[in-house]
Design a binder for this molecule. Structure first.
Ligand code: PGA
Length: 270
C-alpha cells in the first residue's frame, strides 16, 4: 500500500490533472481558483500529496501567475514540448519556455499525441531528453490499445514503449522520471481498468526500470495510472503497491471532483 510518502517507498504521490484542449485562460484561472479553494477547505498537505495541473499552453501563464502570486501549493506542467530547444519549428513550444514560466512537469507521449500527431518512440525519447535539458520532469505516458489488450500482449507492448523512450537516460534522470500507464481503451471512455490491471503493469514497469537502471533506481521512479479516473475509483488504484499517483483527464475539469481525488487518503482511512 502506498498512501503517502511512506517508509517503504518514500515516493510522494502525484495527482495530475490533464486539461487537454479545454479551458481558455479565463476559464483556466477560474478553475484553478476553485481548485485551490477546494483543496484549502480540505486542508490539503501539498508536501504529502503533490497536485499538478496541465493546462493548454495559452492558459499556462495565467495559471502560473496565480500559483506564484497567491503562493499556492499546486504545480503546473505543459502538455507537450518540442524535441528542440529553439529555432525554425513553427507552432512548437520549447521546454525552455515552459521552464521560464515556472512549470515543473511536462507530459510526453500522451496517447492523443501518439495517435493524432504520429509521435514515435524515437521522437518521444528526444522529447524526454529535451525536458531534462531544461530541468523539467517528464511525465512519460505509455499504454496499449484495445486490440493489443485483447491479444494479451499489453505488457510486452507497453514495456517496449518504455524502453525506447528512456534510452540513454542517466540513473538520476530515470529515478526522477514519472511514468504514466494509460491503457488507451480506458481514456475518456468510462471503461476503467481494474486496480489489479494497474498494479500488473506498474509492477512490470518498475521491474523493467530495475533491469535497465538498477535495483536502487527503480524504487524511486513514480508510476501513475490514468484512464477514466474519478473520486470513486482513485483510492483503490492508489492503494496498489506500485501505483504512486493518477493522471486525470475529464474529472480534472471539475474542481471539487479533482480535489476529492487529491484527498484519496481520507477515503482509504475511512
Ligand atoms: P480521462 O483521460 O481521465 O478523461 O480518461 C485521461 C488522460 O487522457 O490523461
Amino acid at each position: 500500500m502506498n498512501t503517502s510518502a511512506n517508509s517503504s517507498s518514500n515516493r510522494t504521490p502525484l495527482i495530475a490533472g490533464n486539461w487537454k484542449m479545454n479551458m481558455d485562460h479565463v476559464q483556466g484561472s477560474s478553475l484553478l481558483q476553485h481548485l485551490a479553494e477546494a483543496l484549502s477547505e480540505a486542508k490539503h498537505d501539498y508536501d504529502r500529496v503533490e497536485v499538478a495541473v496541465f493546462p493548454p499552453f495559452t492558459s499556462l501563464s495565467a495559471v502560473q501567475t496565480l500559483i506564484q502570486d497567491d503562493g499556492l501549493g499546486l504545480v503546473s506542467g505543459g502538455q507537450d514540448l518540442s524535441p528542440f530547444d529553439s529555432g525554425a519549428y513553427t507552432g512548437d513550444v520549447s521546454g525552455r519556455f515552459l521552464a521560464r514560466l515556472g512549470c515543473k512537469y511536462v507530459l510526453v507521449g500522451h496517447s492523443e499525441r501518439r495517435t493524432i500527431h504520429g509521435e514515435t518512440d524515437e521522437i518521444l525519447n528526444a522529447k524526454v531528453k529535451a525536458a531534462y535539458r531544461q530541468a523539467l520532469t517528464p511525465v512519460l505516458c505509455v499504454g496499449e490499445g484495445l486490440d493489443i489488450r485483447r491479444a494479451g500482449t499489453h505488457v510486452q507492448h507497453t514495456l517496449a514503449q518504455l524502453r525506447a523512450s528512456v534510452d540513454g537516460l542517466t540513473t538520476d534522470q530515470a529515478a526522477g522520471l514519472v511514468v504514466a500507464y494509460e491503457p488507451v481503451w480506458a481514456i475518456g471512455t468510462g471503461e476503467v481498468a481494474g486496480p489489479e490491471d494497474a498494479q500488473e503493469m506498474c509492477g512490470a514497469i518498475r521491474a523493467e526500470l530495475a533491469g535497465l537502471f538498477g535495483q536502487d533506481v527503480a524504487p524511486k521512479t513514480r508510476l501513475l495510472y490514468g484512464g477514466s479516473v474519478k473520486a470513486s475509483n482513485a483510492p483503490s488504484m492508489l492503494h496498489e503497491t506500485d501505483v504512486d499517483g493518477v493522471l486525470v483527464g475529464g474529472a480534472s475539469l471539475d474542481a471539487d471532483e479533482f480535489a476529492s481525488i487529491a484527498g484519496f487518503e481520507r477515503q482509504l482511512a475511512g
